[in-house]
Write a protein that binds this ligand. Structure first.
Ligand code: PMP
Length: 297
């Protein structure tokens, strides 16, 4: 399939309060967010016309900016309206939304006290691509060359663009070795997460997931923990050492884009995605489409 560049598509992008023709949604080269990483973003999915956990994403978007020291100049309700306006303008019911907020061009130095805060929201179609059977084969993770930094070193709770620098380097490094994604440890050597998704392990029928004290506490992660508990599964949030992978039966990743992605290998160690992963995929699919069932009832 030919790749359609993201700057050369039909449609509309919401930029600073106005709907702008897709190809004209541009920013100047001398933009603080581009030079100094003063940018935060969200990744959201819309299922059958409804944005899943939309409010939670709006709140995190605001918090990510506050952590970097700036305020998004649109209230939560305004963001909510803008997201649905974008979906409507592009006629999307199964898709991905990408809000982004960044410092503009008024000052071009480390200090940027007076820079305007720009906010944009794009959306594109993104139906689920793989059948459950194909998904259950699992992806292969290599070990990332970078660790997640300590909260004293980086604003780890913000979905800040700058934190993804080490993710892209790590993902490229393992892709060169034939892996699908990279597993990152944290600054202490504990298991952390993949480059854009959280990590879950199944050990003897119970769920174990790393404590999110050095990386994003994903909205999907929180949803999966709730779904697992609702199923009566025991969930442990704790520091997990890489050596513990030896006693793990199932591994999966969670994230808005990844949804639940089963993992079949971590750097040579093999796992077989099985019943618990499968049942949580079913629960997650049902949760994202709960409004469809309700309206049909
Ligand atoms: N960690 C990282 C680094 C991510 O980019 C994402 C995706 N936003 C996640 C975890 C999962 O977060 P969520 O479930 O909120 O999408």
């Amino acid at each position: 399939m030919a790749i359609i560049p993201f700057d050369d598509r039909d449609g509309f992008i919401w930029v600073n309060g106005a709907m702008v023709e897709w190809r004209k949604a541009q920013t100047h080269i001398l933009t603080h967010g581009l030079h100094y990483g003063s940018s935060v973003f969200e990744g959201e999915r819309c299922y059958a016309g409804k944005i899943f956990k939309s409010h939670e994403h709006n709140v995190r978007f605001h918090q990510s900016a506050e952590i970097l020291g700036f305020t998004i100049p649109y209230a939560l309700e305004e963001l909510e309206q803008a997201k649905y306006d974008v979906l409507k303008a592009n006629n999307i019911t199964e898709g991905y939304l990408r809000p982004v907020a960044f410092r503009g061009s008024e000052m071009m130095a480390i200090s940027a006290q007076h820079n305007k805060i720009h906010v944009a929201i794009a959306a594109w179609e993104w139906p689920s691509m793989y059948s459950l059977e194909a998904k259950m084969k699992g992806i292969r993770l290599g070990l990332a060359p970078y660790n997640r930094p300590s909260p004293e070193t980086a604003p780890v709770a913000s979905k800040a663009a700058g934190l993804y620098m080490i993710c892209t380097i790590s993902k490229h490094a393992v892709e060169r070795e034939g892996f699908d994604d990279a597993l990152m440890l944290d600054y202490r050597g504990y298991l952390a997460e993949a480059t854009g998704a959280n990590l879950f392990l199944v050990i003897d029928g119970e769920i174990h997931t790393p404590l999110p004290d050095a990386f994003l506490n994903g909205i999907t992660r929180q949803t999966i923990i709730a779904l697992a508990k609702a199923r009566g599964l025991v969930v442990h949030e704790r520091h997990i050492k890489p050596e513990e992978l030896a006693r793990v039966q199932e591994v999966f990743l969670t994230g808005t884009a990844a949804e639940i992605t089963p993992v079949s290998e971590i750097a040579g160690q093999k796992f077989t995605p099985a019943a618990i992963t499968k049942s949580l995929i079913e629960d997650y699919t049902a949760a994202t489409r709960a409004h469809v069932k309700q309206s049909a009832a």
